[in-house]
Design a protein around this ligand. Structure first.
Ligand SMILES: *[C@@H]1O[C@H](CO)[C@@H](O)[C@H](O)[C@H]1NC(C)=O
Ligand SMILES: *[C@@H]1O[C@H](CO)[C@@H](O)[C@H](O)[C@H]1NC(C)=O
Ligand SMILES: *[C@@H]1O[C@H](CO)[C@@H](O)[C@H](O)[C@H]1NC(C)=O
Ligand SMILES: *[C@@H]1O[C@H](CO)[C@@H](O)[C@H](O)[C@H]1NC(C)=O
Ligand SMILES: *[C@@H]1O[C@H](CO)[C@@H](O)[C@H](O)[C@H]1NC(C)=O
Ligand SMILES: *[C@@H]1O[C@H](CO)[C@@H](O)[C@H](O)[C@H]1NC(C)=O
Length: 292
């Protein structure tokens, strides 16, 4: 009887544990072309994949351990050379293979996650600190669990609106821009990178370039000391959907200045009591992940 009870307890615990420890990321490609998602892990247990091909319209579910910490990005314009070396014009991870063994070469739009952090909450953001190559959104699957548990990302094509000095050109004969650098990557100055004498938020206000990114993508990090409204948290262990090239609403595509400046997503409530601490974490996360 006692043994029966403890067995039952064990089974129930196992069920409970396997339910809460299993998390899903669904990666979808709504671009008109193939995207090769890349994954880098900063925590100890990696995901089952570090990179794969996702054709137009395809989606793939990736299971994640409870406390996973890492980044997703997309690679575009990839090809395999005659010698069998795989490489991508944007987001390349330098492995020579479809699977990655490190981070992305900037400029690359990044979706960053720190699952099951303080108070069991997930922290996530979309970052343009390493520049931009593809539009992407992150959609938590239980948006009711917390006011800051919302859809975030950058839906517009920043490559199109990129200032010419920050554009990365493809090598095709049309000479089309294929990505947009962050001002820090391009100019490498302390002022744009918020290093040296500019290494605090007070001393490093947004540059015009950062303001431009912010205006186009209000729910993404435009530069390292962007305002505190870019860190999002979700409780109750939601799953996440990451969509490359999400459909753009007519409101975000028209050229009406006033409507183009409106955020494409619901406004973020800015009542964060410990926003400072959270920001430090994200900067820490960005720095840790950068070492990958
Ligand atoms: C994750 O996705 C798989 C496959 O779609 C599904 O069977 C599983 O129930 C999902 N897990 C969670 C925690 O949602
Ligand atoms: C293969 O491609 C990578 C870029 O992904 C490049 O860094 C490397 O030098 C290439 N290797 C060879 C042998 O061409
Ligand atoms: C963004 O604009 C560039 C340049 O016009 C274009 O080549 C690219 O396909 C566009 N990307 C998307 C996702 O529409
Ligand atoms: C750039 O040139 C290389 C070698 O010719 C080719 O494999 C690659 O697809 C080209 N990339 C783009 C973006 O056109
Ligand atoms: C788009 O703009 C129209 C008119 O201003 C508005 O009624 C509608 O709610 C907007 N849609 C979105 C998704 O913002
Ligand atoms: C453009 O903006 C003006 C001023 O805000 C507004 O009156 C007008 O309806 C907008 N037009 C469109 C097509 O959204």
């Amino acid at each position: 009887m006692v043994e029966g009870l403890s067995l039952m307890f064990l089974l129930v615990s196992l069920l409970f544990v396997s339910r809460v420890t299993s998390r899903n990321f669904t990666i979808e490609n709504k671009c008109d072309y193939t995207v090769w998602p890349g994954v880098s892990t900063a925590s100890t247990v990696p995901l089952s994949t570090t990179g794969f091909e996702l054709k137009k319209g395809e989606a793939r579910v990736i299971n994640a351990p409870t406390s996973w910490n890492g980044r997703f990005w997309g690679r575009s314009l990839c090809s395999t050379s005659s010698t069998g070396n795989f490489s991508c014009a944007t987001g390349d991870c330098g492995s020579g293979k479809i699977e990655c063994s490190g981070g992305a070469a900037p400029p690359t739009t990044l979706a960053e996650f720190s699952l099951n952090g303080p108070n069991g909450q997930d922290i996530y953001d979309v970052s343009l600190v390493d520049g931009y190559n593809l539009p992407l959104v992150v959609v938590p699957q239980r948006p009711q669990s917390g006011q800051t548990c919302i859809t975030i990302g950058c839906v517009v094509n920043l490559t199109e609106t990129c200032p010419s000095e920050l554009q990365v050109m493809g090598n095709s004969s049309e000479e089309e821009p294929i990505a947009c650098m962050n001002a820090c990557q391009k100019f490498k100055t302390a002022e744009f990178c918020c290093t040296g004498e500019y290494s605090t938020r007070q001393k490093c206000p947004p540059s015009l370039y950062a303001k431009n990114f912010k205006n186009e993508c209000p729910l993404a990090y435009s530069y390292v000391y962007d305002d505190a409204t870019n860190t999002f948290t979700c409780s109750s262990s939601p799953n996440y959907v990451i969509t490359f090239c999400p459909p753009i609403t007519s409101n975000t595509t028209n050229n009406n200045r006033s409507s183009a400046a409106d955020p494409p997503f619901p406004a973020q409530p800015s009542k964060e009591t410990n926003g400072g601490t959270k920001r430090q974490r994200v900067i820490g996360m960005t720095k840790t992940l950068k070492q990958l």
